[in-house]
Design a protein around this ligand. Structure first.
Ligand SMILES: Cc1cc2nc3c(=O)[nH]c(=O)nc-3n(C[C@H](O)[C@H](O)[C@H](O)COP(=O)(O)OP(=O)(O)OC[C@H]3O[C@@H](n4cnc5c(N)ncnc54)[C@H](O)[C@@H]3O)c2cc1C
Ligand code: SF4
Length: 518
């Protein structure tokens, strides 16, 4: 059996970024990924294949709180969920690291502050080639460097929206975006600025995802090995339970064990918790690192709504995800609690509407669905989800994952929706139509939309109330770390990937020191 210095399980935002950071150390690094490379094929950019047939949703069966089976929106590929993500790469706000009072409860403080994370955000923005503009968003936290690339320009209808918002006294900003677009040199730009980005894989590998900018650069180092189709089943420990000694893997149907000095989980928040729970042994009868009974608890995933407004003028925008509004992030308009973030999502196409009941019933017959598509302006409203211990991952007797979840902060989410709706008339849109629609996944089971999952192994200073210490090392197991979004004690209301990437770099530095690596 080969011995490695570090095994990283999972190659998404956390694991892929960590691999790239550790690779130049010369240490022997093994990446275990349950999925395969995402195929490069014409269907990457087909709305019908991606949104109607769910071509890149990986087969898996989870159960909801009532024991009903469902298929979650998971993407088991090299690069994880970032292969399909919208690449909106936001920093959390400085205030998100402190305690924040919400309508439905408290968003708890992190054990580290924004200033501790800032240098890692800056490095993550550089590695993931983020485009943006500082100084436009009043809620933006301080940054030690400008964005490495200029903001993506708005197309005319979105520029009009920005102008109308500004005229109304709001502060629209250019959204931070991870696509490799060079607007100054189109013939040489890797990104084509196409209309099939958010929720689609990028056929030309121009999206700043964890395969292209994490795993591939890591594999250029001879000391890094990737094994695909390798699903971690269980972590094995020494008798005392103080150290992991191996990871059992189903490798394309064969059971194998891999060993290293250090183990890092990055399977996504639900699957990392599942793996720890499935690794129960005599020393850890409730699951590995779970003496506090915290593993799997406080699952969060954002109280998000995809909504469609109808522009009075046609909206021929191709790449729509260039604008954000945080004027209501901390409240406003008589509501003293945080409401959240407003941003654009990928421009909807008629093919995506099939089977969307609210669109078919509320708009038809007044609008033909093709007219809806040509006039649609698509927003994504994101309200912070609060950590609730009963929202949790547990194991079913058959070994599958049960996700018990009920949404928090519904009042604030409702306020954000009505806030936007009240503004439509001034933004050149039909005032009565702000239609909820499916984003990314067609399902009637809201809990299946696990794109922004976080919080099942939170980090903290007290082993009684957290799973990981501030280095994201398990309190109870010396050589075990978790670097996916599991560690979040709270999730804020902006997209989580950049925070997972920045934290993986932060933890990576600790690991390099621990390994005595340069
Ligand atoms: C459609 C979509 C759009 C999104 N848009 C945005 C956006 O615009 N901005 C943003 O910030 N975030 C976005 N997100 C969320 C973002 O992608 C995730 O927050 C981020 O990828 C989480 O990183 P992670 O490392 O925790 O997990 P993942 O990136 O999901 O990686 C987990 C990896 O672990 C592997 N794995 C799981 N179990 C095992 C096992 N047992 N053994 C081996 N490997 C395993 C998986 O195959 C996967 O590769 C989006 C997500 C989706 C699905
Ligand atoms: S917009 Fe650019 S990064 Fe996104 S899918 Fe198209 S080519 Fe790829």
């Amino acid at each position: 059996m080969d011995a490695y210095d570090v095994i990283i399980v999972g190659t998404g935002a956390g694991g892929g970024t960590l691999a790239r950071h550790l690779a130049p150390s010369g240490k022997r690094i093994l990446l275990l990924e349950r999925g395969d490379w995402l195929p490069r094929e014409p269907q990457n950019w087909s709305a019908a294949d991606v949104f109607i047939d769910n071509r890149y949703i990986s087969p898996d069966t989870w159960y909801d709180a009532k024991g009903k089976a469902f298929q979650p929106q998971v993407h088991y590929f090299v690069g994880g969920a970032t292969k399909l993500y919208g690449a909106a790469l936001y920093r959390l706000r400085r205030e998100d690291f402190g305690e924040l009072k919400h309508h439905d409860g408290i968003s708890p403080a992190w054990p580290i502050g924004y200033d501790d994370m800032e240098p890692w955000y800056t490095l993550a923005e550089r590695l993931y080639q983020v485009h943006g503009a500082r100084g436009e968003d009043p809620t933006e936290p301080p940054a030690s460097a400008p964005y490495p690339f200029p903001a993506l320009t708005h197309e005319p209808r979105i520029q009009q929206l920005a102008d109308d918002l500004a005229a109304g006294g709001f502060h629209p900003f250019h959204a931070p975006c991870g696509v490799m677009l060079d607007e100054a040199d189109p013939p040489y730009s890797r990104c084509l600025r196409c209309g099939t980005c958010d929720g689609f894989p990028c056929l030309v590998q121009a999206k700043s995802d964890a395969e292209v900018l994490g795993v591939r650069p890591a594999l250029e180092h001879p000391n890094v090995t990737l094994v695909t189709n390798a699903r971690a089943l269980k972590l094995v420990t020494n008798d005392a339970g103080t150290e992991v000694t191996g990871v059992e893997v189903d490798h394309a149907g064969t059971r194998e064990v891999f060993a290293a000095d250090l183990y890092v989980l990055s399977c996504g928040a639900a699957n990392s918790a599942k793996l720890l729970l499935a690794s129960a042994n005599d020393a850890h009868p409730n699951g590995l690192a779970n003496g506090s009974d915290q593993v799997g608890r406080n699952y969060m995933f954002h109280n998000s709504q995809a909504v469609l407004a109808l522009s009075k003028e046609p909206n021929p925008t191709v790449f729509q995800k260039t604008l954000g509004v945080n004027d209501f992030y901390f409240g406003g308009n008589g509501f003293e609690y945080p409401m959240g973030n407003i941003q654009m999502i990928g421009k909807s196409q008629a093919d995506m509407f099939k089977g969307e009941k609210p669109l078919e019933t509320k708009l038809a017959p007044g609008f033909a669905l093709r007219d809806v598509a040509s006039h649609a302006v698509d927003f994504w409203l994101s309200t912070e989800d609060l950590p609730v211990p009963e929202n949790r991952v547990t194991l079913e007797p058959d070994g599958n994952l049960r996700l018990s979840y009920s949404a928090a902060n519904a009042t604030a989410a409702g306020r954000l929706y009505h806030q936007l709706k009240s503004m439509l008339g001034r933004l050149g849109m039909h005032p009565d139509h702000l239609i909820p629609r499916h984003a990314y996944l067609k399902t009637d089971i809201p809990v299946a939309g696990v794109a922004h999952q976080a919080g099942t192994c939170r980090f903290g200073t007290d082993p009684a109330t957290s799973v990981l210490d501030t280095d994201c090392r398990a309190h109870e197991v010396d050589n075990l770390y978790v670097v996916d979004t599991s560690f979040f004690p709270s999730i804020g209301a902006v997209n989580p990937a950049l925070t997972a990437m920045a934290n993986a770099l932060r933890v990576g530095d600790h690991l390099r020191e621990r390994l005595g690596a340069p």
